[in-house]
Design a protein around this ligand. Sequence first.
Ligand SMILES: [Zn+2]
Length: 274
Amino acid sequence: MPSTSSSEWNIPTDVFLYNDPSAKTLAIEEIASHIRGLFPGMRVEVRRDFISHHYRGSTEELAEKIARTKVRNVSDPFESFDPLLGEIRFEERLLERPESGISGVLYDATRLHLVLREMIPEEELSLQVVHAAFTSRLFGTYDIADARYHARVILCGYPSMISTSGIVEAPAKPREYYLMREKLRALGEDVPAEVLKEQIQGRFLDYDDPRMTEVMKGYSLQALFYAITHEPFCEDPECRLYNSHWQEEVLASQLGDKEFCDEHVSLIRRISDR
Ligand SMILES: [Zn+2]
């Protein structure tokens, strides 16, 4: 539950939204307008992608740093390694052409986060400033409970990272999808994901989905609430701050009739009145 005591709130003055130029259906200006509508007192600015905006150093150096955050084996805890030249070149190409997007690589969320964090200039590294960086990079965290990495949609912090591929890959698809896949595998058939996806069309968010912007409005607010109350998530599955684990929960919480639970409606009102 969020802190309802307003004395503990940290109200940011500035919100910087960083675009993911590879996400064709992400209308970042629309997300900015949504935040301005809810919190008229905050200055919301749209910027190009986080790295292009902040980084001025050597591309090769940064490519190596990012390559070092790659998860090599999803069932092992993170181990540092020396990236191969090919892996560094791959990252270089992605840095040179951020609009090319999706790479199929999984990065360790906290390590990738540290690389981005050190790019924020001192004057903008403040609790008063929210940095919400959309990225096509897929990142995950290692879960000791089931001894594997799980992809994430959002990692809150300074900056908060929101993944446009994580929203497709991290929340689980409807159960039929996995049952169908298992059944076909048992028959020795390796059916491409695209064919399986057709069977559950509309019930999950796909790459370049026309609903991407609407869904990402909620995740941007999670980043904002992390800064304000330190609690980005809500327990109400109809609230945009709900921490969805299933695709159908993402769609229900972000596209449903209700935008927020009563408690968050009142919190937003109290914050914007201050
Ligand atoms: Zn709520």
